[in-house]
Design a protein around this ligand. Structure first.
Ligand code: ATP
Length: 248
């Protein structure tokens, strides 16, 4: 249905190594066309939530032991990560993860490997990525390992875009970047959302920036959602101000 939620996470529990309970019943909804922020401090469970959605917890001896994850109303938690990419969900991992020895352009092209819609369409999308990230165009022949932190973050987002995703799970885009660059990257996320219709679920420790760009937010503490709401409301919430925005 048109107004059905895009992604629904219902009361999931995640356990690592069969003993460490990290998510203790997390529920959240990502609506189509929105930017949803997943907030919280170090170790709150943001990355684990994203990895549970994209089915990457297995590779770290983790398991979703309770709850369900639905995409367009269909259960996706048993799908291979590559199958999820085909359905339109792609994750940009924390720490950028570009292939250091490939050029920027080669990195971008690796994002298109699941596509079967021909060279012309892929090249058009490469142009689209360069329109949003002109810096990547300037650096396209450079080895990714020699580009700056900001350029590598852009490269990782650009590579995700090359799979033509409907939803991007973006982990900690601000990490290690100067404030001006953080604004630049969030500004591009907003443009991609508004102009290309890409929905985002982004995990961020930088509550201040995330709540300025997101439409909705969820705050995680020790594996539980402790607060949720419209970003504008969360920005004005006294507890959020005191504990997450550093003003009271
Ligand atoms: P950060 O911003 O540091 O990534 P986060 O909110 O994303 O924080 P997670 O990375 O999801 O938090 O970690 C949540 C908890 O799970 C932490 O206590 C962490 O130590 C633990 N954890 C994460 N990965 C594993 C793993 N592979 N095995 C065991 N415990 C893990």
């Amino acid at each position: 249905a048109q107004d059905a939620p895009l992604l629904e996470v219902n009361n999931i529990e995640v356990i690592y190594n069969s003993v460490i309970l990290v998510l203790k019943g997390v529920s959240l909804t990502v609506s189509k066309g929105g930017i949803t922020a997943l907030l919280g401090g170090n170790g709150a469970g943001k990355t684990t939530t994203l990895k549970a959605i994209s089915n990457l917890v297995h590779s770290e001896r983790g398991e979703v032991t309770k709850g369900s994850i639905l995409y367009h109303g269909e259960r996706v938690q048993d799908l291979a990560p590559s199958e999820l990419v085909k359905r339109g969900v792609v994750q940009v991992m924390e720490g950028r993860h570009c292939f250091e020895h490939l050029t920027v352009e080669e990195n971008l092209m690796t994002g298109a490997y699941t596509r079967r819609d021909g060279r012309g369409a892929v090249e058009a999308d490469l142009d689209m990525v360069y329109t949003y990230f002109p810096r990547l165009k300037e650096r396209r022949k450079s080895q990714a390992g020699y580009t700056s932190g900001g350029e590598q973050q852009m490269c990782a987002i650009g590579r995700a875009l090359m799979s033509r995703p409907e939803t991007i799970l973006l982990d900690e885009p601000s990490m290690g970047l100067a404030p001006q660059l953080v604004e630049e990257i969030f500004g591009i996320v907003r443009s991609l959302n508004e102009e290309q219709g890409v929905s985002f679920l982004l995990a961020e420790q930088n509550t201040n920036v995330a709540l300025r760009y997101a439409h909705r937010g969820y705050i995680l503490e020790a594996g539980r959602v402790v607060m949720e709401g419209a970003a504008a409301d969360l920005r004005e919430n006294p507890d959020v101000k005191e504990f997450y925005l550093g003003v009271s």
